[in-house]
Design a protein around this ligand. Sequence first.
Ligand SMILES: [Cu+2]
Length: 182
Amino acid sequence: MHTIDSRTFSRAIPLLVALSIAPFVAGHAAAADYTVGTLQITQPWARATPTGADNGAAYMTVTNTGKAPERLSCVSSDASAKCQIHQMTMANGVMKMREVVGGLQIKPGETVTFKPGGYHMMLVNLKAPLRQGKTVEATLKVDTGATTKVEFPIAAIGAPAPGTDAGGGSMNMQGPTMKPMK
Ligand SMILES: [Cu+2]
């Protein structure tokens, strides 16, 4: 037998190196870590959308490692006309979502997990459907003006968590037909 080609990407590279090369490993589906200001972003993922959907959603885990509150906003995405941070709220038994205007404040030491049914990044007015197995990029910003470009691997339509197939479970609050609240 032929020996195995060494196509394996070293996972042991220091974080700073990982950050600097992250834009060049497009298509690499593993979750990457990102830093912007005092915020650390892990496990970015997005949900595939059906053809014709107006909006898509992306998720991640954000931890403020600093000593002061930090505010996160989404500047833009390559996949949509606009990118916003949305919050889901229950009003009269109905789940609604609205934009977190001015960005999401994260306290020192706090970890916020964006997930279906909770905080999410809304890719408003998609240019094309989000396809499972591809990635979508978004640029995130903190109040100091520092930005980072995050790559979100796309999971199945309706996936309840990264790397899972379509859920179809009762907790699938955020269907593709939901529209942002005005
Ligand atoms: Cu939304």
